[in-house]
Design a binder for this molecule. Structure first.
Ligand code: ADP
Ligand code: MG
Length: 629
């Protein structure tokens, strides 16, 4: 840390400047959030001080009345936001609000659509933070001193939001941070104390520190300070005292979201361990949901003292979209985070919270109109699928929450329970197909016999589904089976007599197809593992299947695209003995013609999987030759 009274000008990283420009242009109709963000930072700073002070009381410097003070000066056209929280030293100022854009900024820019309304939303979720000051100010001066440092180690930061800022070492008597916003011409409305109070009520009523402002002047001309917000931690108050609006506003404060939450749960648990949960489901996925370093949005408190932003110790990774607060009555305050993370109380809280979030989802899914759950599924369904893989203990509960497309619905609305409820007489298996798009799944030749018999098939077309089905092999005592793997026996399902009749016809065709099988094996050689007849096709001449324990063709393609080494797995070519082309092949004499014909059948089957033949041009040439006769 520098101790000289040096003054220097530094440049923001390009991304910071871009972010500032973007913010000012997309959030112009939502300027008031600057106050929410500054109060949120002040409240974080108070939280941090209180936490550090649990092991070092001296940090209070004799003043433990943590609060935020907000003042307006109409003549100077300024708003001041002052806290007595932890403050920052010079290096922290540079790191936190200086040069560097925060991680994920670049990915964030990539997601912007150019549609102002949508982008405003994304920015809201990205968390505009400190820089939102420039929504209303054309110059911002921040003066801060870290708790515990001498008064001459204060730092002043000033910027016009134009690409650079000035940093200066100054003397600051009191610890904490003071921010002065020099308002822009078009931000007059915020010079009105009533307006500011309304914003504070909206976003900060339930943060646990008092927010104070100058009150109206008394007879002696002196103004008393008044506390504007309720200043009680929302989650510690009884449910009966809280309105939906209170919950929504608190969500906007901790979730940094413009939108209302989709649903929430608020519970105080008393048993071996005591803790309070206030957890929310957002309506929209945050921009970083699929990034390795995505932020978790749950905060851990111990008896109202903020401890940390949560990570996988508090909720499993697949629930990383949950926002809110967990407050433990059991954890010790003055031990390291590492020890906290290993404690059984923490573990119990994690388990309890996980169960309750899954319960909340189940309630949402059961709700009559189902619209909210559909919305949830669209945004976060793929996260839940990770839960099937990661969370063995809750696998059944999560499985009930899954929704798929099926041969009865393109939309992902079919639950496994729905499916089981619609199973036909004699059906004891849940059938599915995996493909890399809904269209490829829907038009797969493997479905032909299922369509004919009216058996529903789940159409799985998300990447993660391959992993999902390798972990979810059973539901409600019914096996899940890929219709593109292994041999298929549907003879027990549906009308017995009809099945018997079909079987006999089929067996005759199978006999007649023997020469075709022989020819195909010779012509295709080691491209395939085997050739056999099937009754799964009614319209197509051929299809590819994987052996029961081989990886599927779809998974093989996914792994190859991801640049992974995949052991070579050869498919089995199944042919439809009743198909005209197969019958023709059985009769065919010329060796060359047979070879081309075999290639065409094989490549067609590849195409039907939604993949490309190895030699597309060769395929076209052979088909054309055949067409030309
Ligand atoms: P976020 O709050 O999401 O981290 P911000 O842009 O709001 O992002 O703030 C960036 C960082 O600047 C904070 O994480 C904190 O370290 C620091 N900071 C901002 N305001 C204050 C403050 N009033 N007191 C102490 N530190 C602050
Ligand atoms: Mg912030």
């Amino acid at each position: 840390m520098s101790t000289t009274a040096s003054k220097e000008t530094r440049a923001f990283q390009t991304e910071v400047k871009q972010l500032l420009d973007l913010m000012i242009h997309s959030l112009y109709s939502n300027k008031e959030i600057f106050l929410r963000e500054l109060i949120s930072n002040a409240s974080d700073a108070a939280d941090k001080l209180r936490f550090e002070a649990t092991t070092d009381d001296a940090l209070y410097e004799g003043d433990s009345d943590l609060h935020v003070f907000i003042d307006v000066d109409r003549d100077a056209r300024t708003i001041t936001v002052r806290d007595n929280g932890i403050g920052m030293n010079r290096d922290e100022v540079i790191e936190n609000i200086g040069t560097i854009a925060r991680s994920g900024t670049r990915e964030f820019f990539e997601q912007l659509s150019g549609d102002q309304e949508k982008d405003a939303h994304l920015i809201g979720q990205f968390g505009v933070g400190f820089y939102s000051s420039f929504l209303v100010a054309d110059r911002v001066t921040l003066t801060t001193r870290r708790a515990g440092l001498e008064k001459e180690h204060g730092v002043r930061w000033e910027s016009k939001g134009d690409g650079e800022y000035v940093l200066e070492t100054v003397e600051k008597e009191s610890r904490g941070t003071e921010i002065v916003l020099h308002l822009r011409e078009d931000a007059d409305e915020f010079l009105d104390a009533f307006r500011l109070k309304a914003i504070i009520h909206k976003y900060a009523d339930h943060i646990p520190f008092p927010i104070r402002m100058r009150g109206t002047a008394g007879e002696d001309g002196k103004a008393e300070t008044e506390t504007v917000n309720q200043a009680s931690a929302l989650w510690t108050r009884p449910k009966s005292e809280l309105a939906d609006e209170d919950y929504r506003n608190f969500y906007k404060h901790i979730g940094h979201d413009f939108d209302d939450p989709l649903a929430w749960l608020h519970q105080r648990l008393e048993g071996k361990y005591e803790y309070t949960l206030l957890l929310y489901l957002p309506k929209h996925a945050p921009f970083d949901l699929w990034q390795a370093e995505s932020r978790h949005g749950v905060k851990l408190y111990v008896r109202r003292v903020f401890i940390m932003e949560a990570n996988e110790d508090l909720l499993p990774r697949y629930l990383r979209f949950v926002r809110g607060v967990m407050d433990s009555g059991d954890l010790p305050l003055n031990v390291s985070r590492e020890i906290l993370q290993k404690s059984t109380a923490m573990d119990a809280m994690k388990k309890g919270a996980t169960k309750r979030v899954l319960g909340l989802l189940e309630d949402l899914a059961k709700h009559e109109d189902g619209e909210d759950y559909a919305l949830f599924w669209k945004e976060f369904g793929n996260c839940l699928k990770e839960g099937i893989i990661e969370d063995f203990a809750n696998r059944e509960a999560i499985a009930r929450l899954l929704r798929f497309s099926s041969t009865t619905s393109d939309e992902q609305t079919v639950s496994l329970e729905d499916y089981v409820g619609r199973m036909l007489d004699g059906q004891d298996t849940i059938y599915f197909i995996t493909a890399d798009s809904l269209a490829a799944a829907k038009h797969s030749p493997h479905l032909e016999v299922f369509r004919k018999k009216g058996i529903e098939v789940l159409l799985l077309h998300d990447r993660i589904d391959e992993w999902l089905v390798s972990h979810l092999t059973e539901f409600d005592g019914k096996k899940l089976q890929s219709i593109a793997k292994g041999e298929l026996d549907l003879s027990g399902i549906g009308d017995k007599e009809e099945a018997e009749k079909e079987k006999q016809e089929h067996e005759e065709a199978v006999k007649a197809a023997r020469p075709a099988i022989k020819k195909l094996k010779e012509a295709l050689g080691d491209k395939i593992k085997d050739v056999r007849t099937t009754d799964r096709l009614t319209e197509s001449p051929a299809c590819l299947v994987s052996d029961q324990f081989d990886i599927s063709g779809n998974l093989e393609r996914i792994l190859k695209q991801a640049g992974q080494d995949v052991p070579e797995v050869k498919p089995i070519l199944e042919i439809n003995p009743e198909h005209e082309l197969v019958k023709r092949l059985a009769r065919m004499r010329s060796k060359d013609k047979v070879a081309d014909f075999a290639d065409i059948l094989f490549d067609q089957a590849v195409l039907a999987e939604g993949a490309l033949p190895e030699d597309p041009a060769g395929f076209v040439r052979k088909v054309n030759a055949l067409l030309a006769g």
